[in-house]
Design a binder for this molecule. Structure first.
Ligand code: ZN
Length: 71
């Protein structure tokens, strides 16, 4: 999935999860080009908590869900 597709779904943030320590981080990606794949955002990004060399990134689906609740 690319950022442009994610935005089309109403999601403007990416959740970064560390596979090693499980910490979560929310990244605002409105400033990044739409052609960037969500999965690529975690490549080469070290975990700020435990220093793991690579983290997983996924669309922040919770942002979408919380909007559905308020609707
Ligand atoms: Zn970590």
């Amino acid at each position: 999935m690319t950022l442009s597709k994610m935005r089309a779904s109403g999601i403007h943030t990416v959740e970064r999860v560390c596979p090693q320590c499980g910490c979560h981080a929310i990244i605002h990606v409105d400033g990044l080009p739409g052609g960037v794949a969500v999965a690529e955002l975690g490549k080469g990004v070290c975990c700020v908590n435990c220093g793991a060399a690579e983290t997983h990134t996924q669309p922040n689906w919770r942002e979408c869900e919380s909007r559905n609740v308020t609707r």
